[in-house]
Write a protein that binds this ligand. Structure first.
Ligand code: SF4
Length: 362
């Protein structure tokens, strides 16, 4: 029988588990998985105690994209019937931010569909950020596609100068598998984007979508890569196969069980012990009745719904946190907007922000 306490001690002492060890954990039988969840909980508790970071998504530009990400409901060729609209105005983003703050969010994630934000879109998000920062205490994360070359570097700097705290751009899947899920940009484009965001001074939020045909070995590689890149926030999404997308009916999630998803999250926790690990899209449908256990591993969620897919709803999310005895990391509605009937505000957690999910940019 594996010595889980030894793994926990080593992780808490700063040691990185080997690829082979992590793979063994990922392949544990269901009957041993609760021991792994407990190990992950011990690590999570050490760094994040009983706190959960609450994030709210804004789909600020929807359904207009020429890229062909096979998982995405907004991709070219996808027949998903989702709303299509151009980028919202800054005052519209502010109005939604007020609601997010009142709902108890700590972070507000502004997401624009598309390969990469144009200069007018960058300026729109920058202006929205200035308005939001002036009125609320929300962190702002921008997710607006690729930041390539010198222009990408300058766009990253412009966003940071406006007060954007974090930039989301997921790795999504393994480098060797990337061309199987997208042909219009590369894995290298993604890592360059993350580099520019970090160099501009934004916290990096980068995660994965599990269930797109990747191997178990590639899952471990991804978790180790995100650690090596010092990703502050690591959203782990479980693919929601959406009708009308390339991956809608390929059965790449057929092997999912709630216990398997918990093992994935646990391995990400043990390999990224200090990262803000987010149980992101798909938690409701793939973890099903075991979903609350995910919050003993992850310390972050998107509240309510996702970009183009519905979650279990805000009220059920809060109920879940309360039933687990967990608290919002900073349930702060901003000046004049107390968060009554929500988990009590706590001190902000150490700087380590986050974010996205299937059907999103990233
Ligand atoms: S993930 Fe982003 S870049 Fe890819 S198709 Fe969807 S909106 Fe476009």
């Amino acid at each position: 029988m594996l010595n889980m306490e030894s793994y926990v001690s080593r992780v808490l002492n700063g040691e990185v588990l080997t690829h082979a060890e992590a793979l063994t954990l990922l392949n544990l039988p269901d009957t041993d998985t609760l021991r792994l969840v407990d190990a992950a909980w011990q690590v999570r508790r050490e760094y994040f105690q009983d706190r959960v970071k609450v994030n709210v998504l804004l789909n600020a530009k929807s359904g207009i994209c020429a890229e062909d990400c096979h998982y995405c409901s907004q991709a070219r060729g996808a027949d998903t019937g989702i709303p299509r609209y151009r980028v919202m105005e800054p005052h519209e983003m502010l109005a939604q931010a007020r609601q997010a703050a009142q709902a108890g969010a700590q972070r507000y994630c502004i997401v624009l569909a598309g390969r990469g934000g144009s200069w007018p879109e960058v300026e729109t998000v920058a202006e929205a950020t200035r308005l939001i920062k002036a009125e609320t205490s929300l962190e702002v994360c921008a997710c607006m596609g690729l930041l390539l070359g010198d222009e990408g570097r300058r766009k990253a700097e412009a966003l940071r100068a406006a007060g954007v705290d974090a930039y989301n751009h997921n790795l999504n899947t393994h480098e060797d598998h990337y061309e199987n899920i997208c042909s219009t940009h590369t894995y290298a484009d993604r890592t360059e984007t993350l580099t520019h965001a970090a160099q501009a001074g934004m916290s990096t939020c980068s995660g994965v979508i599990i269930g797109m045909g990747e191997t178990p070995e590639q899952i471990i590689d991804l978790a180790l890569t995100l650690r090596a890149r010092n990703a502050d926030s690591v959203p782990v999404n479980f693919l929601i196969p959406i009708d009308g997308t390339e991956l809608g009916d390929q059965g790449t999630t057929a092997h999912f069980t709630p216990w398997y998803c918990l093992r994935v999250l646990s391995v990400f926790r043990l390999l990224n012990p200090r990262a803000e690990l987010r149980a992101s899209a798909g938690r409701e449908i793939h973890l099903r009745s075991l979903q609350p256990l995910a919050l003993l591993i992850a310390n972050s969620i998107f509240l309510g719904n996702y970009l183009t897919e519905e979650g279990q709803g805000e009220s059920a999310d809060w109920d879940m946190l309360r039933d687990l005895g967990l608290r919002a990391a900073a349930g702060n509605g901003g000046p004049g907007q107390p968060v009554s009937a929500k988990p009590a505000p706590t001190a902000p957690e150490p700087a380590r922000p986050d974010h996205v999910q299937p059907g999103a940019v990233g």
